[in-house]
Design a protein around this ligand. Structure first.
Ligand SMILES: C[S@@+](CC[C@H](N)C(=O)[O-])C[C@H]1O[C@@H](n2cnc3c(N)ncnc32)[C@H](O)[C@@H]1O
Length: 317
């Protein structure tokens, strides 16, 4: 396996809404759980603490560094297993273990981990000078520099506009296209400087490249497509009464999760007048409570929690 990390950087990640996740997973001591975004295992550790000797925790992550961490710190626990890959492979992983329809709870804690953001070599952050990579799985796919060199002006503007909700998408795109005609953009610093120079409305406390970096990361990692796929697969993997918990950090992701859970709960809208009664339709999922946000205290201690939203659902049939 390829390890992304070249320099030793901090492995610390503060898990978001840890208490809320454990409470709403309602862990049964001999249950089977799946943490599809292992990161540095903060949630995984807390789940294992609630499990008895017959319980199981399967974990997945795209990031080779996360897998290396799990192998170093978790695999001596016989209840735990780790799988390297995208959570879009969830069905395959669960099928190999003969666990389809038998999972008691699935956690998706989306986005990036602190070690990914803080390691300059990974190229996620405009705050650190590094290669423009941004892949969660640096063992495959196309890095952000290659992606940026090939994308059309129109498509780049759409990415900034839709994924970054960046008001100045057009100006920034033009600046990037002009710059790349001179010389390829290969580092985070070069890209951050181009965006900062083109951005006309700097906000206090927010780097002008924040939205564009986030947008490129979402595009390079196909984050929205993969989220749509894993949501469908998760419901199929759960047992009746099993729970799905999703923490998102971006309004587009949260909207996707919210609409998915609504559709699963209510079914698709049927045209009025069809000879089908509400009670004849089989509903196989229900949302549990409203969306949960981190407490002010948690945000005070961990500013990366501030945009987090947790949604929970339960499989019914
Ligand atoms: C916010 S961190 C999770 C932190 C973790 N819950 C903890 O307590 O340490 C998100 C993790 O999800 C992983 N990830 C993101 N997208 C993924 C995908 N499509 N498939 C698998 N892992 C993914 C990232 O590599 C990262 O390690």
């Amino acid at each position: 396996m390829v390890a992304c990390r070249m320099k030793a950087t901090s492995n610390e990640h503060q898990s978001v809404m840890l208490t809320e996740v454990i409470e709403h997973l309602a862990i049964k001591p001999d249950g089977i759980y799946l943490d599809a975004t292992f990161g540095r295992g903060g949630h995984a550790q807390a789940i294992l603490q609630q499990l008895g000797p017959r319980g199981r925790l399967l974990a997945m992550d795209k990031d080779p560094d996360a897998i290396a961490y799990a192998k170093e710190h978790f695999v001596t626990d016989a209840r735990f297993s780790i799988h390297h890959g995208s959570f879009t492979e969830l069905t395959d992983v669960i099928r190999r273990e003969n666990l389809i329809g038998r999972i008691d709870g699935i956690l998706l804690d989306l986005g990036v981990s602190s070690p990914q953001l803080d390691n300059p070599e990974r190229g996620f952050s405009f705050l650190h000078a590094g290669p423009l990579d941004m892949r969660m799985d640096c063992s495959k796919g196309v890095d952000a520099a290659t992606w940026l060199a090939a994308i059309s002006e129109e498509a780049l503007m759409k990415v900034f506009w839709e994924y970054g909700e960046e008001r100045y998408a057009r100006r920034i795109t033009r600046a990037i296209i002009a710059a790349r005609q001179e010389t390829p953009i290969t580092t985070t610093r070069e890209l951050a400087d181009i965006i900062a120079a083109a951005h006309p409305a700097w906000q206090k406390g927010k780097h002008p490249a924040t939205r564009c970096f986030q947008a490129i990361r979402i595009a390079v990692n196909h984050e929205l497509d993969e989220l749509e796929q894993v949501l469908v697969q998760s419901v199929a993997a759960l047992k009746v009464g099993g729970r799905l918990l999703v923490i998102s950090f971006h309004s587009l992701e949260d909207r996707m999760v919210k609409h998915f859970m609504q559709r699963e709960e209510c079914g698709i809208e049927l045209p009025a007048g069809l000879p089908i009664k509400h009670l004849d339709r089989h509903f196989h999922f229900k949302r549990l409570g409203r969306a949960i946000k981190p407490s002010t205290k948690e945000i005070g201690m961990n500013s990366r929690a501030r945009s987090a939203i947790l949604r929970i659902g339960e499989k019914l049939l």
